[in-house]
Ligand binder design. Structure first.
Ligand code: NAG
Ligand code: NAG
Ligand code: NAG
Length: 410
């Protein structure tokens, strides 16, 4: 009966940032709430998307394997920043940022923690008890998304959605539980039961209309300096897997920037290349972002293309990476390798000649394994390094000379 009760706040054991994307995508079907989830946290960046709302949301994912086994994860998010995680082992909220309490008093935080613990515990037990009446079939997964938004500094929308097996199931609208369209008689049945509990509805309403907007506003305030931090991107280009004969996939990588909004485009001069494909902006472990932008071109078209990056941290000084620069570098590397190979062959031939003379003392060093010998005075360990060299012929020729060198060095 406490089912869905105190839907509240912060949350569960989270297995790190990598789960964020999967948590978010698993909510993809919660269409009503989806817009708020995908709204990036945009602060202090004049970007068209800056009109999008800021949100705080609580995510819960509960998996029920059978009538005796269930596992719940829950976490709290300010936009795309995880601020709280529920530790299911200790039954406490882990505050992930120094400012995760907002301006909530110790006492209010304690109360919320108690409410959350009671809720999560009751949720699991009650779902198990009601599973057959509600026609939940094991194994199943329930998800809860609870949160609120702010637009132009004012609280706008609050929402509470529930999903069963990854599909919209019910939501809290006004002051009652409503089955989602298409969720069928199972959802109608659950809502009918839930709607009998007036106290639960009042708690949910208060959390949606008061607690969440207050928390959101105070987190935005408390976390301001971190949220508005400007970190410059690094950018580099590389060649991706060939899309086909005579074609190149140019890849521009942009990494380490904050905040998230970024503009990256393949250009020819001032001309944006319409074939530019933008990947998803992915999180780095340190809270910065990564983006990959590709362009499929014929080999002949690649010359003269540039990758251009605009970001709020760059103060109008766009990063421009030339594809040519990269290919010149590659050519230089190839040339260098060829020159070295040629030298090796020449040296090799000289040794063959000299070995017939049997009298060289200071040969050139044709293999990197040999260069370690100046650091390694011990003949046996150097001998071992020599064994690593693939050319046994060189080894046998050098051993004598090298021993001479070791004597000279020591
Ligand atoms: C319930 O599921 C868990 C996890 O899959 C499993 O380890 C356990 O044996 C199951 N218990 C029963 C009674 O089926
Ligand atoms: C999500 O919704 C789409 C279209 O409504 C549906 O085809 C898909 O099966 C749903 N995904 C899940 C996991 O229910
Ligand atoms: C907490 O912050 C919110 C929003 O920033 C503000 O409206 C409220 O008055 C603050 N409460 C206290 C106790 O400072």
């Amino acid at each position: 009966m406490l089912l869905l009760l105190l839907l509240l706040f912060k949350g569960l054991p989270c297995h790190g940032a990598s789960t964020v994307a999967s948590l978010l995508s698993s909510f993809h079907n919660l269409s009503a709430a989806h817009s708020s989830l995908s709204a990036p946290l945009l602060l202090g960046f004049h970007h068209p998307a800056a009109e999008e709302p800021l949100s705080y949301h609580f995510i819960q994912i509960s998996s029920f394997a059978n009538h005796s086994w269930a596992y719940t994860q829950a976490s709290g998010w300010l936009g795309e920043v995880e601020t709280e995680a529920w530790d299911s082992v200790s039954g406490t909220i882990r505050f992930l940022k120094p400012w995760s309490h907002g301006n909530f008093s110790k006492e209010e935080v304690k109360n919320l923690e108690a409410l959350l613990e009671l809720y999560l515990h009751s949720f699991t037990t009650e779902v198990q008890v009601f599973a057959s009446q509600f026609q939940f079939e094991y194994p199943f997964e329930l998800q809860v998304l609870f949160g609120c938004q702010m637009r132009a500094g004012k609280p706008s929308e609050s929402f509470l959605n529930g999903a069963y097996q990854g599909s919209d199931f019910l939501s809290f609208q006004g002051n009652s539980w409503k089955p989602s369209p298409g969720a069928g008689s199972r959802a109608q049945n659950v809502c009918r039961v839930l709607n009998h509990y007036r106290v639960i509805k009042e708690i949910v309403q208060r959390l949606l209309s008061d607690t969440c907007p207050r928390l959101l506003a105070s987190l935005l305030d408390a976390g301001k300096s971190e949220l508005e931090q400007q970190v410059k991107p690094e950018a580099w280009v590389s060649k991706g897997p060939s899309p086909g004969p005579g074609r190149l996939l140019l890849v521009c990588h942009v990494s380490g920037f904050h905040p998230k909004p970024v503009w990256v485009m393949w250009m020819r001069g001032e001309q944006e290349q319409p074939g530019t494909q933008r990947g998803d902006v992915l999180p780095n472990a340190d809270g910065t972002w990564y983006l990959r932008v590709t362009l499929d071109v014929t080999s002949g078209e690649a010359a003269g293309l540039t990758c251009r990056v605009k970001h709020s941290s760059l103060g109008g000084h766009d990063i421009i990476i030339h594809w040519d620069g990269n290919s010149i570098l590659l050519i230089l590397i190839c040339l260098t390798v060829i020159v070295i190979l040629v030298m090796l062959v020449v040296v090799d031939l000289r040794f063959k000649k000299q070995s017939s003379n049997q009298n060289i003392l200071y040969p050139h060093v044709p293999n990197p394994a040999f260069s370690t010998r100046t650091n390694t005075r011990d003949p046996r360990s150097s001998g071992h390094l020599l064994c690593l060299a693939q050319d046994l012929w060189i080894k046998s020729k050098f051993l004598k000379n090298w021993k001479t060198l070791v004597v000279l060095y020591t």
